[in-house]
Design a protein around this ligand. Structure first.
Ligand code: GLU
Length: 610
């Protein structure tokens, strides 16, 4: 989850540059940061809690000398509290080795006990620190860096990307990986090892992705990769990948937060996802097989929307599973289609299922926003989002783009298998074409009314978000967004499920947001949703309605507030307009509450740990 950058150059230039590249990775974890660099034959370390961006702005790194070898880390704590001592890099007992780590070392307690029994004193509570001491111990016994790292990783269980520098090799950044990504690039002056291709922005488009089990020695102008071959560690060749369609580094412009900027970019993201050629969707789904979709967090709710779209537009049985539970539920064999949804393409839980499914012969389709991510590289079919960089930790334009791609997959499949008539197909296409304009106008005009709602209700601590049919996962997604950034309790629920128990929580303090379908296009679903709203209102629960602009006047009385939406009368467009409304509500409530909108507490953008 963390960000890693290691850099080496013949010149004394890399300390500041490592910090700069690391700040690009801040979205991967921002509870603490740290840098180590080698001067003469000493490792200097600076680390603290907070974000690297803030540390840079405050000039906190000025105390570190410029050097030709440096290592940096932004942390998302898994083991050990958010303290300066637990921030990476971790030094070995003899200060000869500095290590940064992404992932979880599952057997760290045993390794720590053994090291402590041999006299090592630990400086942190992390699982990661064991790696520094183990490498140092092997070096002390005469091993080379390569062999010390190989011997160390052989004893680790769990997942890791490790970057290591040592006084014994002043020109080399070492790396090793198992299940967490590591990537290498050069720019003629520097060699760089990073956890994420984003950190190589402005350095090179030719990058070397390491495989699981690889150990790498990165020098200023070359890298040697080693892997275990027939039980011994030997040099191996890994090809460079040319990154195309790379995301530009984004600029916040006149917006106060990335979140609202990215909500404003939703129309462009819809246009990008709508312009992927129709042929790209053609052979993705075999005619007679059930489809499994996976995703984590918001991407799971997108996958859940996908199952409704595939059923209604293409007559396909699809099940969405949260990636973290899919290992217990997914049944995937040779030829079975699996669709993985992930903004970053590096979501650990999702990649785990992808790998297991591929080993069983399943056919993987990737929906993701980062070209050449691990998920894209694993996949047979790629449906790239092309939404541009998304910096805010909360996913906004990106999940809308994922919905558009799944909708288009359902439309193209429905057209091919004749579930969808030519007229219905054309009507959906026409609506999709109009959608960017609708959204642009909606975002511009609705912001004031949503802000007014926020001013009145942002303090409310308990919320339900209800929806029926495809608006059920939309309600779950809007509730997730709301709790992520507002830190208020918000639960998404199917409106029909509500009366089977949950309704006992309702009183005048428990608020509900009801997502309503069009009453003219879908009268039955509308009536069923409204029935739940009436049952809540009857128990004095205040309900805020979000739905069609032309709501019957009598029904309006059921709500304490009503936010009208510019529905198209089209399942896909109306869903997306609802999602954007939910994002605006989350944003303006968080603004009212003065929350850390782009980097809410405890979150990180790409969750690369189990
Ligand atoms: N498990 C390590 C820690 O808690 C690394 C976490 C990360 O990947 O940021 O320090």
């Amino acid at each position: 989850m963390c960000g890693i950058v290691g850099m080496t150059s013949p010149e004394n230039i890399v300390t500041g540059q490592t910090a700069d590249q690391l700040s690009v990775l801040e979205y991967r974890g921002y509870d603490s940061w740290g840098l180590a660099c080698l001067t003469e034959d000493t490792l200097a370390v600076v680390k603290d809690t907070g974000s690297i961006g803030k540390a840079l702005r405050e000039g906190r790194l000025s105390g570190l000398p410029d050097a030709s070898l440096a290592l940096g880390h932004t942390r998302w704590a898994t083991h050990g509290g958010v303290t300066a001592a637990n921030a990476h890099p971790h030094l070995s007992y003899d200060r000869a080795v500095a290590v940064v780590h992404n992932g979880v070392i599952e057997n760290h307690q045993q390794l720590r006990r053994d090291l402590e029994a041999s006299g090592v004193t630990f400086a942190s509570d992390t699982d990661s620190e064991v790696a520094a001491h183990l490498i140092a111990r092997h070096l002390e016994h005469g091993a080379s860096m390569r062999d010390a790292i190989a011997a160390t990783t052989a004893t680790l269980s769990g997942e890791y990307a490790l970057a290591v520098i040592s006084v014994t090799e002043p020109a080399t950044v070492w790396g090793a990986k198992h299940k967490s990504p590591l990537v290498v690039a050069f720019d003629g002056q520097r060699g760089i090892l990073a956890s994420d291709q984003m950190a190589l922005d402005g350095i090179s488009n030719d990058v070397l992705f390491l495989d699981d089990g690889d150990i790498v020695a990165v020098r200023a102008d070359s890298a040697e990769v080693y892997a275990a071959v027939h039980g011994s560690v030997q040099p191996v060749t890994r090809a460079f990948t040319r990154l195309t369609g790379r995301q530009e580094r984004a600029d916040k412009g006149q917006y106060p937060h990335w979140m609202i900027k990215e909500i404003h970019e939703t129309p462009t993201a819809v246009t990008a996802a709508s312009s992927l050629p129709a042929e790209r969707f053609a052979s993705v789904l075999p005619p007679d097989r059930a489809v499994t979709l996976i995703g984590a967090g918001s991407a799971f709710y997108v996958a859940s929307m996908g199952q409704y779209l595939l059923k209604s537009l293409a007559g396909i049985r699809a099940s969405a599973l949260p990636s973290d539970e899919a290992e217990y539920l997914a049944v995937l064999g040779p030829g079975d289609p699996l669709i993985a949804v992930s903004q970053s393409g590096e979501t650990f839980d999702t990649l785990e299922i992808c790998r297991t499914a591929l080993a069983a012969g399943a056919v993987l389709t990737s929906i993701c926003n980062v070209p050449s991510s691990t998920q894209e590289r694993l996949a047979t079919h790629r449906l790239p989002q092309g939404s541009g960089p998304e910096i805010c930790v909360l996913s906004t334009k990106s999940i809308v783009s994922q919905v558009v791609l799944l909708a288009r997959l359902a439309l193209e499949t429905g057209r091919a298998n004749r579930t969808l008539s030519a007229e219905r197909y054309a009507a959906h296409q026409e609506s999709l074409e109009r959608l960017p304009d609708t959204l642009t106008e909606f975002i511009a005009t609705a912001s004031t009314s949503v802000q007014a709602l926020a001013a009145k209700y942002s303090h409310v601590g308990d919320w339900f978000f209800l929806g029926r049919g495809i608006l059920y996962p939309a309600a779950c997604e809007s509730a997730l967004k709301f709790k992520e950034v507002n830190y208020h309790h918000a639960e998404g629920m199917a409106s029909g499920f509500f009366k089977h128990g949950t309704i006992s929580l309702i009183d005048e303090h428990f608020y509900t947001v009801a997502l309503l379908p069009s009453h003219t296009d879908d009268p039955d679903r509308y009536a069923a949703t409204l029935a739940a709203v009436s049952e809540i209102a009857a128990r004095k629960g205040p309900v805020i309605g979000i739905g069609p602009a032309d709501l019957p006047a009598d029904d309006l009385n059921t709500f304490v507030e009503y936010l009208p939406l510019p529905y198209h009368g089209d399942e896909i467009a109306d869903l997306i307009i609802q999602l954007v409304a939910g994002q605006l509500l989350a944003y303006y409530c968080a603004l009212d509450l003065g929350r850390e909108i782009d980097q809410p507490r405890s979150l990180a953008k790409s969750v690369t740990v189990r």
